[in-house]
Structures are given as structure tokens and as C-alpha cells.
Design a protein around this ligand. Structure first.
Ligand SMILES: [Zn+2]
Ligand SMILES: [Zn+2]
Length: 137
């Protein structure tokens, strides 16, 4: 399996490149997909006078105007990632459904367990969980 990394952010609904703890690293992305109704255009966030509404809670098809709710729609997409496991330093790749779950993670800044939304997968070598949490601000 060799994942193709996106050439530009415009191809993605999600992209991240970050460190996982002291030893791990991850690059992850979710490609935009064609409209499930007309299959003629890429689904995207709605635009207002040419500007993308980043915080919109839905995706729309610019061709047929089909609209899908953000969470429901994102569940159908594929999360792809190249990672260096923070537990065993194995370099691997994964493809999983883009589903966020509430998980408990250890926040290094506050030194506390916190609940965060995360895409969780298991390292294909050591089997331990790797979390790609949504940044809370
Ligand atoms: Zn469409
Ligand atoms: Zn591992």
C-alpha cells in the first residue's frame, strides 16, 4: 500500500501534520469526494461571495446544490495517514473511515486526562492506539 499525499490543501477537507509525543509523527488527510448524487463536482463547504465558509456545518455540491450535514458526510470519507508510532517508532500507513470519537487522552500541557474528539487507530506493528485529536481552541 502506498498512499498518495495530497498536492494541495484544496484537495482535502482535512489535513494535519504534527508530532505525537516525543517520538511519533503523523501526516494525515481526507480527500474531497465527488457529490454522491450527481457525481459531477467535488463536495465542499459552501461559499459566500467567493469565500469558503470554513465553519459551515454542511457540505454542498456546487453543481446540483445537494447538501449534506458535516458529521454525517465526513463519516463516509476516508482518513489516510502516514505515521511514526509514538509507542514503537514503527513507520506505517493507515486508511480508515473518517469518524471522530470521544476519547480520553492525556494532555501534556495541563498534565491531565481530558476528553477530546479523536480519530483513533491502532499501530499495525505494536497494536497500541494512536489518537489524532481535534485541536480544541
Ligand atoms: Zn451534485
Ligand atoms: Zn507501534
Amino acid at each position: 500500500m502506498a498512499l498518495k499525499e495530497p498536492a494541495s490543501m484544496d484537495e482535502c477537507v482535512y489535513f494535519t501534520n504534527r508530532n505525537l509525543g516525543e517520538k511519533g509523527k503523523i501526516r494525515a488527510w481526507v480527500y474531497r469526494q465527488n457529490c454522491p448524487k450527481c457525481n459531477k463536482a467535488l463536495m465542499g463547504k459552501p461559499r459566500d461571495k467567493g469565500k469558503i465558509k470554513i465553519r459551515a456545518t454542511e457540505y454542498v455540491c456546487p453543481n446540483c446544490k445537494y447538501t449534506a450535514q458535516k458529521e454525517e458526510y465526513e463519516d463516509t470519507l476516508t482518513f489516510e495517514s502516514k505515521y511514526v508510532c509514538p509507542h514503537c517508532e514503527f513507520t506505517g500507513e493507515v486508511q480508515i473511515p473518517f469518524k471522530r470519537k470521544k476519547v480520553k487522552v492525556f494532555d501534556e500541557e495541563t498534565q491531565k486526562q481530558v476528553t477530546a474528539e479523536s480519530v483513533r487507530f491502532q499501530c499495525s506493528k505494536c497494536g497500541k492506539s494512536i489518537d489524532v485529536t481535534k485541536k480544541m481552541k
